[in-house]
Design a protein around this ligand. Structure first.
Ligand code: ATP
Ligand code: MG
Length: 184
């Protein structure tokens, strides 16, 4: 006999919160990626996948997702400016990234609120300190130096919840919900 379908038996999704660049910023990030990685081969992140992770939830079932969405509705965060003005390289994953040299207070608070809220919904998040960055390329064949950049300005006025699926041709991200930032 088939067992009745209960909410928590629905297949879990892999979810994360992110800042999602608009098309113009995506094009700038692609140019930046191609310039910074010009001396190295690797796996470039496709334009449509470029993002800044705020909190990685990982496998999330329907009940946890509902809890997380309710929690997010209570978050108060004003819009802010993000200056992407630093590039660098992490040797272990051989990742090339771009990041803000200075963290805006609002970004620190938003990421912390999302982490705390998700943990309040029973999710276990990465315990390592949060480091805002956009991955531009993975598996670089040549290490890159950390460098100051001509800043890319990102006026941030929203954030999104993204579903991540692993497909044979690579990872696919779908924005499933968006929240606008607002002054109190
Ligand atoms: P794939 O895992 O298929 O190679 P991916 O790493 O881009 O692709 P996800 O693993 O779904 O896809 O990750 C989505 C985003 O969350 C990426 O920016 C990734 O770097 C980040 N992320 C993944 N795992 C963690 C984690 N444990 N802690 C913090 N961020 C994470
Ligand atoms: Mg991954």
């Amino acid at each position: 006999m088939p067992t009745p379908e209960r909410e928590h038996d629905l297949p879990a999704e892999r979810l994360f919160f992110a800042l999602w660049p608009d098309d113009a910023l995506r094009q700038q990030l692609v140019r930046c990626r191609d310039t910074l990685a010009s001396n190295s081969n690797g796996r470039p992140i496709p334009a449509e996948n470029l993002h800044l992770t705020l909190a990685f939830l990982g496998r999330t079932d329907a009940r946890q997702r509902a809890c997380v969405e309710t929690m997010v509705n209570a978050i108060q965060c004003p819009p802010f400016e993000l200056q992407l003005n630093r590039s660098g390289y992490w040797p272990r994953p051989r990742v090339l990234w771009i990041a803000p040299a200075e963290m805006p207070e609002a970004l620190t608070a938003l990421a912390a609120d999302l982490h705390r809220g998700a943990e309040g919904c029973g999710l276990r998040l990465d315990a390592r300190p949060y480091r805002a960055h956009i991955t531009l390329m993975r598996k670089l064949t040549q290490p890159a130096k950390d460098t100051d950049l001509q800043p890319l300005n990102w006026p941030v006025d929203r954030f999104v919840l993204v579903r991540s699926s692993t497909l044979p041709q690579g990872v696919k991200y779908e924005v499933v919900r968006e929240w606008k930032l607002a002054e109190k």
